[in-house]
Write a protein that binds this ligand. Structure first.
Ligand code: HEC
Length: 713
């Protein structure tokens, strides 16, 4: 008899047992896999699945379903939900195939549920070593599986590509796709092209060289690899494309740190043209003055590249940000469609990369058709249509000076959160944000292997305490839905959010647009005009994109809710709109659904720090070190964002364990490694002084303790 799992609690304890007892070498065992058979009944109207990451190869995320529409959406209600036992960000696009929902959770776990009842059919835990978390820029996230012929494919945070049997979660094959001596990670969903599965990776912030590879679906044999940036020229080049790219790198030894250019999220495939499009990431380090000090475009950073998927050879590229120096990735969502441009029907590819411009390219040739700002842009005045290049503002390159408050910042005018293209309205819905940043070169930069290496000084970017400057900076922080008309190259309307870092998009032929947000709601809007029609309180910030499907004549909307990801961690509470603590769950809705979530008690942050003994110099040094090593997880100015502990809440007892945790790695099993290799005892103490100083500041501002997150404001 197969074992059934119906309780999240049993799941949690099973996962707990499996989480930390295995070495990576034995992790391909199907331990933690529970098989349950499912029954099916006859259907009324045809079932409609969600079998590909972006719904279709063109990645439009536009569903033809109309059963739920703008006239009846107010009757939409929760049908079932399933709590996951982890408390890190959820970013996956669930797939729905043959009555089963497949989704991924924190630490690259895979879950299969009956799509009607929510029953957990099986789960698979690849047992990612938790200490690998120190090499993750943006939370222990995963954006989903790929499906083909009863097999699932997904990447793991430590760089494996794994194929599972879809019916029961047992491992078919597993490949290490990255060099484990380098801080690579995989968070993106693989794409399937022909008989191959294609996967990229991330890690540029830490120092890696980007590439994308294709593996045989059948047995995981590597078929090709395309590097996105050149290695050491003295060692020769893997391809003519790399020989050409190397001519655009000037001075420096970029290959030591890696050069960057990781393909960590988006791809799209046009079967007619037989072209695979990949989005290429930022430089490693960010700062071009360190990476390639004599300048150059540094191909293929921040580019959309078209490849022949048969052999991975280069076909064309368009670089959005030549000589990138600001973490302006072009890894954002790529959408394929046909548009009428100047009286001509063109096959296009569209992208809203981090740099703030919305690009429409001819996807046959790579020709630039338009590039207009969809977000606030201060680093460039416009994109010159003759040259296809942005016209930069002089201060932007922070040569010998600070950049000033720059938009977009490294978090991007738009990040990984998928857009949706609705052919009925002709609109691309962009989860847009304005999060400014100040760039300055890190003095005496030194390569810290395995740690953050951006070559920028985070102190100038940290939110200052001075209330006037603080208000000015926070006043520029925004989030919204931009309904973008790609033919006009202009927004048609915009819906303001309380802040940035809101969820991905889904639009439907039922004239609806669905999006979760940082405040913790799933909302339905009219697709034509952005009118708010329906909302559900998810009790946690939503960053993932919703999906929809029909089974047995019933249309469902599904989304994984679970606050997290880059800005949730680094932005802390100040930058994001009242993020709720992470509660990780899958939510599924249908017409007349009448379930509700359990009530939750308001949570408080209590500040009870020990006496402040650090001198101003020690605190200042602690701040510098905090902003170099800790900020990416524990939040700017030591203010947590609801996912990872807010260090200001440590009391005297907690502080007694400081060195054990910070240097010794006492909590490594939960992703908090020890920093003994990198920090001295005195440096650890100075960070502690800084954190205690921050806690006293919070205490002074709030009295006893702050109402946070779930207070009923
Ligand atoms: C890669 C993410 C990451 C980085 C970087 C990181 N931490 Fe952590 N830290 C965590 C997580 C996750 C926890 C919670 C561990 C747990 O639940 O047991 C944690 C817990 C802690 C705790 C215990 C908090 C408590 O409430 O018990 C301390 C102290 C701490 N971290 C200090 C630091 C310092 C100091 C730095 C920089 C030198 C740092 N951390 C860098 C992820 C990180």
């Amino acid at each position: 008899m197969p074992r059934r799992i119906t309780s999240a609690l049993i799941l949690a304890s099973t996962l707990g047992l499996n989480a930390c007892n295995e070495s990576p070498g034995t992790s391909e065992s199907p331990a933690g896999t529970i098989i349950v058979s499912s029954t099916r009944t006859a259907t009324a109207s045809p079932d409609v699945e969600w079998a590909l990451h972006g719904l279709n190869g063109a990645e439009t995320r536009f569903s033809p379903l109309t059963d739920i529409n703008n006239d009846n959406v107010e009757r939409l209600g929760l049908d079932w939900y399933f709590d996951y036992p982890t408390h890190r960000g959820l970013e996956a696009t669930p797939l729905v195939v043959d009555g089963v929902i497949y989704t991924t959770g924190a630490w690259s776990m895979v879950f299969a549920h009956d799509a009607r009842s929510g029953e957990l059919l099986w789960f698979y835990d690849p047992e990612v070593p938790r200490e690998w978390a120190v090499h993750l820029c943006c939370d222990a996230v995963n954006r989903g599986v790929a499906y083909r012929d009863d097999k699932l494919f997904f990447g793991t945070l430590d760089g494996r590509l794994i194929a599972l049997e879809a019916s029961n979660g047992s491992v078919l094959w597993s490949k290490q796709t990255t060099d484990k001596s380098r801080p690579y990670s995989i968070t993106g969903a693989p794409r399937i092209v022909g008989d191959k599965v294609v996967i990229g990776n991330g890690g540029s912030e830490f120092g890696v060289r980007g590439f994308v590879s294709a593996y045989s679906l059948a047995d995981g044999e590597q078929m090709w690899r395309f590097y996105t940036v050149p290695g050491n020229p003295e060692e020769g080049f893997e391809s003519p494309a790399m020989a050409r790219a190397a001519k655009t790198w000037d001075g420096g030894e970029w290959w030591e740190i890696g050069g960057g250019g990781t393909v960590w999220d988006s791809m799209a495939y046009d079967p007619e043209l037989n072209l695979l499009y990949i989005g290429v990431g930022n430089g490693a380090p960010w700062n071009q003055q360190i990476r390639s000090p004599d300048g150059g475009d540094n191909l293929f950073l921040s580019s959309i590249v078209a490849l022949n998927p048969d052999d991975g050879s280069y076909v064309w590229h368009y670089q959005t940000t030549p000589g990138e120096s600001w973490d302006y990735t072009a890894t954002q969502h790529l959408i394929l469609t046909e548009l009428d441009i100047a009286g001509q029907q063109r096959k296009v590819i569209m992208q809203a990369p981090k740099n703030g411009f919305f690009y429409v390219l001819d996807r046959v040739t790579g020709e630039l058709l338009s590039a207009e700002p969809y977000a606030a842009v201060t680093w460039a005045s416009h994109v010159d249509m003759e040259t296809g290049r942005p016209v930069e503002k002089p201060a932007a390159r922070y040569k010998g000076a600070m950049s000033g408050l720059q938009l977009p910042g490294p978090i991007g005018g738009h990040n990984w959160h998928p857009m949706s293209y609705n052919p009925n309205t002709g609109l691309v819905y962009i989860p847009k944000q304005d999060v400014p940043w100040v760039f300055a070169t890190e003095a005496d930069f030194r390569y810290r292997k395995g740690y953050w290496n951006t070559g920028t000084d985070n102190r100038v970017a940290s939110l200052p305490d001075d209330p006037a400057i603080r208000d000015a900076v926070l006043g520029a922080v925004k989030g919204s839905i931009v309904a973008w008309d790609p033919v006009a190259g202009a927004p048609r309307w915009e819906v303001e959010h309380a802040g940035p870092w809101n969820g991905g998009m889904l639009s439907t032929a039922g004239n609806l647009l669905f999006q979760g947000n940082a405040e913790g709601e799933l909302v339905a809007y009219g697709a034509e005009d952005g009118e708010r029609l329906w909302a559900f309180d998810a009790q946690t910030g939503i960053v993932a994109p919703p999906v929809t499907y029909r089974i047995d004549g019933e249309q469902y909307i599904a989304v994984v809710a679970g606050w997290g990801g880059a800005l949730a961690l680094v932005g802390g509470e100040a930058l994001t709109a009242g993020p709720k603590p992470n509660r990780s769950r899958l939510l599924v809705f249908r017409m007349g659904g009448d379930k509700s979530l359990p009530k939750i008690a308001p949570e408080r942050l209590v500040f009870d720090p020990p006496v402040l003994e650090g001198s101003p110099d020690q605190i200042e040094d602690g701040k510098r070190l905090y902003l170099t090593y800790c900020v990416f997880c524990h939040g700017d100015a030591a203010v947590g964002g609801g996912v990872i502990p807010d260090l200001r809440t440590l009391n005297t007892e907690g502080h007694q364990q400081w060195d054990g945790i910070v240097l010794g790695g006492l909590h490594w099993q939960n992703g908090m490694v020890g920093f003994a290799d990198e920090l001295s005892g005195e440096q650890s103490r100075n960070i502690q002084h800084y954190v205690i100083e921050r806690a006293h500041r919070a205490l002074a501002q709030t009295g006893q303790g702050a109402e946070q997150h779930d207070s009923d404001e």
